[in-house]
Write a protein that binds this ligand. Structure first.
Ligand code: SAM
Length: 232
Protein backbone atom coordinates (compact mmCIF):
# COMPACT_ATOMS: atom_id res chain seq x y z
CA UNK A 1 0.00 0.00 0.00
CA UNK A 2 1.17 3.52 -0.67
CA UNK A 3 2.22 5.62 2.30
CA UNK A 4 -0.35 8.19 3.43
CA UNK A 5 0.93 11.76 3.45
CA UNK A 6 -0.41 15.07 4.75
CA UNK A 7 -3.37 16.46 2.91
CA UNK A 8 -4.13 19.63 0.99
CA UNK A 9 -6.83 19.84 -1.61
CA UNK A 10 -10.09 21.25 -2.86
CA UNK A 11 -13.58 20.21 -1.96
CA UNK A 12 -16.14 18.91 -4.43
CA UNK A 13 -19.76 18.03 -4.66
CA UNK A 14 -22.66 19.69 -3.04
CA UNK A 15 -26.31 19.45 -3.87
CA UNK A 16 -27.21 22.91 -4.98
CA UNK A 17 -29.13 24.92 -7.46
CA UNK A 18 -27.32 25.61 -10.74
CA UNK A 19 -24.73 28.35 -10.36
CA UNK A 20 -23.70 30.31 -13.41
CA UNK A 21 -20.50 31.86 -12.10
CA UNK A 22 -17.45 30.39 -10.43
CA UNK A 23 -17.76 30.02 -6.64
CA UNK A 24 -14.77 30.84 -4.43
CA UNK A 25 -12.48 27.86 -3.98
CA UNK A 26 -12.35 26.25 -0.55
CA UNK A 27 -9.07 25.95 1.27
CA UNK A 28 -7.87 22.45 1.93
CA UNK A 29 -8.91 22.65 5.58
CA UNK A 30 -12.38 23.83 4.60
CA UNK A 31 -12.72 21.06 2.03
CA UNK A 32 -11.66 18.37 4.47
CA UNK A 33 -13.97 19.70 7.19
CA UNK A 34 -16.86 19.76 4.74
CA UNK A 35 -16.28 16.20 3.53
CA UNK A 36 -15.93 14.94 7.11
CA UNK A 37 -19.18 16.70 8.00
CA UNK A 38 -21.01 15.24 5.00
CA UNK A 39 -19.76 11.73 5.74
CA UNK A 40 -20.54 12.20 9.43
CA UNK A 41 -24.26 12.01 8.67
CA UNK A 42 -25.95 8.61 9.02
CA UNK A 43 -26.17 6.42 5.93
CA UNK A 44 -24.16 6.43 2.74
CA UNK A 45 -23.85 9.78 0.99
CA UNK A 46 -23.41 8.15 -2.45
CA UNK A 47 -25.23 4.94 -1.61
CA UNK A 48 -23.97 1.41 -1.04
CA UNK A 49 -24.28 0.33 -4.66
CA UNK A 50 -21.18 0.70 -6.81
CA UNK A 51 -21.09 3.35 -9.51
CA UNK A 52 -23.12 2.17 -12.51
CA UNK A 53 -20.44 3.08 -15.08
CA UNK A 54 -17.87 1.01 -13.19
CA UNK A 55 -20.27 -1.93 -13.02
CA UNK A 56 -21.00 -1.62 -16.73
CA UNK A 57 -17.29 -2.19 -17.42
CA UNK A 58 -17.15 -5.41 -15.35
CA UNK A 59 -16.41 -7.55 -18.42
CA UNK A 60 -13.21 -5.57 -19.02
CA UNK A 61 -11.84 -6.26 -15.54
CA UNK A 62 -9.28 -9.02 -15.07
CA UNK A 63 -10.47 -11.95 -12.90
CA UNK A 64 -7.58 -11.28 -10.53
CA UNK A 65 -4.90 -8.65 -10.00
CA UNK A 66 -4.46 -5.44 -8.08
CA UNK A 67 -6.83 -2.47 -8.17
CA UNK A 68 -6.86 1.02 -6.71
CA UNK A 69 -9.99 3.01 -5.93
CA UNK A 70 -9.01 6.69 -5.86
CA UNK A 71 -10.88 9.05 -3.49
CA UNK A 72 -13.00 6.06 -2.59
CA UNK A 73 -15.37 7.73 -0.11
CA UNK A 74 -17.45 5.28 1.92
CA UNK A 75 -16.22 2.26 0.03
CA UNK A 76 -18.98 1.41 -2.42
CA UNK A 77 -16.57 0.99 -5.35
CA UNK A 78 -13.63 -0.63 -3.54
CA UNK A 79 -15.94 -3.15 -1.85
CA UNK A 80 -17.47 -4.08 -5.20
CA UNK A 81 -14.04 -4.48 -6.82
CA UNK A 82 -12.87 -6.66 -3.93
CA UNK A 83 -16.01 -8.77 -4.26
CA UNK A 84 -14.94 -9.55 -7.83
CA UNK A 85 -11.73 -11.14 -6.62
CA UNK A 86 -9.30 -8.26 -7.06
CA UNK A 87 -6.79 -7.22 -4.37
CA UNK A 88 -7.92 -3.67 -3.72
CA UNK A 89 -6.23 -0.59 -2.27
CA UNK A 90 -8.45 2.41 -1.53
CA UNK A 91 -7.59 5.98 -0.62
CA UNK A 92 -9.54 8.96 0.61
CA UNK A 93 -8.47 12.08 2.50
CA UNK A 94 -11.50 11.94 4.83
CA UNK A 95 -10.87 9.79 7.91
CA UNK A 96 -14.61 9.75 8.53
CA UNK A 97 -15.21 8.25 5.09
CA UNK A 98 -12.43 5.70 5.48
CA UNK A 99 -13.75 4.55 8.87
CA UNK A 100 -17.18 3.99 7.30
CA UNK A 101 -15.60 2.23 4.33
CA UNK A 102 -13.69 -0.13 6.62
CA UNK A 103 -16.90 -1.03 8.44
CA UNK A 104 -18.72 -1.47 5.12
CA UNK A 105 -16.03 -3.85 3.81
CA UNK A 106 -16.17 -5.85 7.03
CA UNK A 107 -19.95 -6.07 6.86
CA UNK A 108 -19.71 -7.30 3.27
CA UNK A 109 -17.03 -9.82 4.19
CA UNK A 110 -14.35 -8.49 1.83
CA UNK A 111 -10.81 -7.27 2.37
CA UNK A 112 -9.70 -3.83 1.16
CA UNK A 113 -6.43 -2.12 2.10
CA UNK A 114 -7.72 1.33 3.07
CA UNK A 115 -5.62 4.42 3.73
CA UNK A 116 -6.34 8.02 4.65
CA UNK A 117 -4.32 9.96 2.10
CA UNK A 118 -4.35 12.96 -0.17
CA UNK A 119 -4.14 11.73 -3.74
CA UNK A 120 -2.57 15.00 -4.80
CA UNK A 121 0.45 14.78 -2.49
CA UNK A 122 0.79 11.01 -2.45
CA UNK A 123 4.06 9.29 -3.34
CA UNK A 124 2.54 7.33 -6.22
CA UNK A 125 3.84 3.87 -7.12
CA UNK A 126 5.04 2.83 -10.56
CA UNK A 127 3.43 0.04 -12.61
CA UNK A 128 1.61 -1.50 -9.64
CA UNK A 129 -2.04 -1.68 -10.65
CA UNK A 130 -4.02 -3.70 -13.15
CA UNK A 131 -7.01 -1.41 -12.63
CA UNK A 132 -7.51 2.12 -11.30
CA UNK A 133 -11.05 3.32 -10.65
CA UNK A 134 -11.36 7.11 -10.50
CA UNK A 135 -15.03 7.77 -9.90
CA UNK A 136 -16.09 11.39 -9.33
CA UNK A 137 -12.69 12.76 -8.35
CA UNK A 138 -13.45 16.32 -9.38
CA UNK A 139 -11.99 17.97 -6.32
CA UNK A 140 -8.84 18.36 -8.46
CA UNK A 141 -7.93 21.73 -9.95
CA UNK A 142 -6.80 21.67 -13.61
CA UNK A 143 -3.13 21.54 -12.56
CA UNK A 144 -3.80 18.80 -10.00
CA UNK A 145 -5.88 16.87 -12.51
CA UNK A 146 -3.15 16.96 -15.15
CA UNK A 147 -0.65 15.69 -12.60
CA UNK A 148 -3.06 13.04 -11.32
CA UNK A 149 -3.82 11.70 -14.80
CA UNK A 150 -0.08 11.31 -15.45
CA UNK A 151 0.31 9.52 -12.13
CA UNK A 152 -2.54 7.16 -12.98
CA UNK A 153 -0.78 6.22 -16.22
CA UNK A 154 2.48 5.52 -14.43
CA UNK A 155 0.80 3.64 -11.56
CA UNK A 156 -0.86 1.25 -14.01
CA UNK A 157 1.01 -1.80 -15.19
CA UNK A 158 1.54 -1.85 -18.94
CA UNK A 159 -1.81 -3.00 -20.32
CA UNK A 160 -3.61 -1.89 -17.13
CA UNK A 161 -6.96 -0.09 -17.25
CA UNK A 162 -8.15 3.25 -15.90
CA UNK A 163 -11.91 3.55 -15.46
CA UNK A 164 -12.91 7.19 -15.15
CA UNK A 165 -16.37 8.59 -14.41
CA UNK A 166 -17.11 12.22 -13.83
CA UNK A 167 -19.31 15.17 -14.64
CA UNK A 168 -19.03 17.22 -17.81
CA UNK A 169 -19.20 21.01 -17.78
CA UNK A 170 -22.87 20.81 -18.81
CA UNK A 171 -23.55 19.48 -15.30
CA UNK A 172 -23.55 23.08 -14.06
CA UNK A 173 -26.95 23.43 -15.71
CA UNK A 174 -28.40 20.42 -13.89
CA UNK A 175 -27.14 21.15 -10.38
CA UNK A 176 -27.73 17.54 -9.30
CA UNK A 177 -24.26 16.91 -7.86
CA UNK A 178 -20.62 17.70 -8.51
CA UNK A 179 -18.39 20.66 -7.84
CA UNK A 180 -19.36 24.24 -8.66
CA UNK A 181 -16.00 24.99 -10.31
CA UNK A 182 -16.35 24.80 -14.09
CA UNK A 183 -12.65 24.08 -14.55
CA UNK A 184 -12.91 20.95 -12.39
CA UNK A 185 -15.41 19.43 -14.81
CA UNK A 186 -14.56 17.31 -17.85
CA UNK A 187 -15.08 17.60 -21.55
CA UNK A 188 -14.63 14.72 -23.95
CA UNK A 189 -11.89 16.68 -25.72
CA UNK A 190 -10.03 17.33 -22.45
CA UNK A 191 -9.97 13.65 -21.55
CA UNK A 192 -9.08 12.58 -25.10
CA UNK A 193 -6.10 14.96 -25.10
CA UNK A 194 -4.97 13.91 -21.62
CA UNK A 195 -4.81 10.26 -22.66
CA UNK A 196 -3.57 10.69 -26.22
CA UNK A 197 -0.56 8.52 -25.40
CA UNK A 198 -2.78 5.62 -24.26
CA UNK A 199 -5.31 3.36 -25.90
CA UNK A 200 -8.73 4.90 -25.42
CA UNK A 201 -10.98 1.86 -25.18
CA UNK A 202 -14.08 4.00 -24.64
CA UNK A 203 -14.74 7.69 -24.20
CA UNK A 204 -18.23 9.03 -24.14
CA UNK A 205 -20.23 11.95 -22.89
CA UNK A 206 -23.84 11.20 -22.09
CA UNK A 207 -26.74 12.53 -20.08
CA UNK A 208 -28.47 10.13 -17.72
CA UNK A 209 -30.47 10.18 -14.49
CA UNK A 210 -28.40 8.72 -11.68
CA UNK A 211 -29.42 7.83 -8.14
CA UNK A 212 -26.34 7.51 -5.95
CA UNK A 213 -27.49 8.21 -2.41
CA UNK A 214 -28.46 11.81 -1.75
CA UNK A 215 -25.16 13.13 -3.16
CA UNK A 216 -25.70 12.43 -6.85
CA UNK A 217 -29.36 12.48 -7.71
CA UNK A 218 -31.18 13.27 -10.92
CA UNK A 219 -30.43 14.00 -14.55
CA UNK A 220 -26.69 14.43 -14.96
CA UNK A 221 -24.15 15.34 -17.63
CA UNK A 222 -21.65 12.49 -17.38
CA UNK A 223 -18.42 11.34 -18.94
CA UNK A 224 -17.24 7.77 -18.91
CA UNK A 225 -13.84 6.63 -20.09
CA UNK A 226 -11.83 3.42 -20.16
CA UNK A 227 -8.17 3.93 -20.95
CA UNK A 228 -5.47 1.29 -21.33
CA UNK A 229 -1.81 1.98 -20.60
CA UNK A 230 0.01 0.74 -23.68
CA UNK A 231 1.55 -2.72 -23.25
CA UNK A 232 5.33 -2.59 -22.73
C1 SAM B 1 -17.76 12.86 -4.96
S1 SAM B 1 -16.90 11.97 -3.73
C2 SAM B 1 -16.73 10.41 -4.57
C3 SAM B 1 -16.43 9.29 -3.65
C4 SAM B 1 -16.32 7.93 -4.34
N1 SAM B 1 -15.34 7.93 -5.41
C5 SAM B 1 -17.64 7.47 -4.85
O1 SAM B 1 -17.83 7.45 -6.08
O2 SAM B 1 -18.51 7.14 -4.03
C6 SAM B 1 -15.28 12.67 -3.81
C7 SAM B 1 -14.33 12.09 -2.79
O3 SAM B 1 -13.07 12.73 -2.92
C8 SAM B 1 -12.48 12.79 -1.63
N2 SAM B 1 -11.40 13.77 -1.72
C9 SAM B 1 -11.48 15.09 -1.93
N3 SAM B 1 -10.26 15.63 -2.02
C10 SAM B 1 -9.38 14.62 -1.89
C11 SAM B 1 -7.97 14.54 -1.90
N4 SAM B 1 -7.22 15.61 -2.12
N5 SAM B 1 -7.39 13.33 -1.73
C12 SAM B 1 -8.15 12.22 -1.52
N6 SAM B 1 -9.49 12.24 -1.49
C13 SAM B 1 -10.10 13.42 -1.69
C14 SAM B 1 -13.63 13.17 -0.73
O4 SAM B 1 -13.40 12.86 0.62
C15 SAM B 1 -14.74 12.31 -1.36
O5 SAM B 1 -14.81 11.05 -0.73
Amino acid sequence: MMAPVPVSSEDEDSMRTPIPAAAPRKTHAQALARWNERYGAPGFLFGEAPNAYLVAKADLLPPQGRALSVADGEGRNSVWLAGRGLAVDALDFSPVAVAKARAFAAARGVTVDFAVANVVDLAWPEALYDVIAAIFIQFATPAERAQLFERFKRALKPGGLLILQGYRVEQLGYGTGGPPERDHLYTVDLVRAAFADCEIVELRGYDEAIHEGSGHRGMSALLGAVVRRPPA
